[in-house]
Design a protein. Structure first.
Length: 220
């Protein structure tokens, strides 16, 4: 039943984007979308709050899916965030023409561009909050920085797909994330030791642990 509802919702989204591309966002009415998708006006409003919600409907589904995915057990929270982002990319890459049509509509409508910025931030915040929960004691700056980098890299690769005419494989994103995790020093496969990676420090046994932690932090 849930899959049927999602399929019906996807049909409405596809119909709406086709009409937006043909007639323009402002010139397309809810009645036209409902008629084209073969649903009633009341059904449209029950599934979507308005025209702008149709454009971003996939993101609501994706955000729910990612919350469920991240709630599971993961050996590496850093890699889990990257995998969650790859899932988003795979979703849009599965139908690049539909994704490009959505991109064209958003690009041409200021209010939709503003909402897109908010939507991107929701992914970033989801990743940030997950990292802080999965890694107690993690410096909030590190969590924010990593979440922002994952989101930025995803958007960079996705734009290659949206602005081009060819398919962009998910491997383009996974390769970028491999490099990102190495740059951040958190790759699950570990890192090749560098000459300046090891720091040996000694402290008196009587020194409070908090002071040891503070001094070690100053060595970064």
């Amino acid at each position: 039943m849930v899959d049927d509802a999602r399929a019906a919702g996807s049909a409405v989204v596809a119909a709406a984007l086709a009409l937006f591309a043909e007639h323009g966002y402002e010139q397309t009415s809810v009645e036209q979308i409902a008629q084209s998708a073969g649903v009633s006006r009341s059904t449209f409003f029950r599934q979507f709050g308005g025209k702008d919600d149709v454009v971003f409907a996939d993101h609501e589904v994706l955000l729910d899916q990612l919350r469920g995915f991240l709630a599971g057990a993961h050996d590496s929270p850093w890699a889990a965030v990257c995998e969650a982002s790859v899932q988003v990319f795979r979703h849009f890459a599965a139908d690049p023409e539909l994704a490009r049509r959505r991109y064209a509509v958003v690009r041409d409508v200021p209010s939709l561009r503003d909402r897109e910025i908010v939507t991107v931030f929701r992914y970033e915040r989801l990743f940030d909050e997950y990292l802080r929960q999965a890694l107690p004691g993690l410096d909030p700056v590190d969590a924010v920085a990593y979440a922002a980098m994952v989101t930025a890299v995803h958007n960079h690769v996705l734009r290659r797909l949206l602005r081009g005419t060819k398919r962009v494989p998910a491997s383009a994103l996974t390769d970028a994330y491999d490099d990102l995790m190495h740059r951040f020093g958190v790759h699950p496969d570990g890192e090749t030791p560098a000459d300046d990676d090891v720091v040996v420090a000694t402290f008196p046994r009587r020194m409070p642990a908090a002071e040891v932690a503070r001094r070690l932090g100053s060595l970064r």
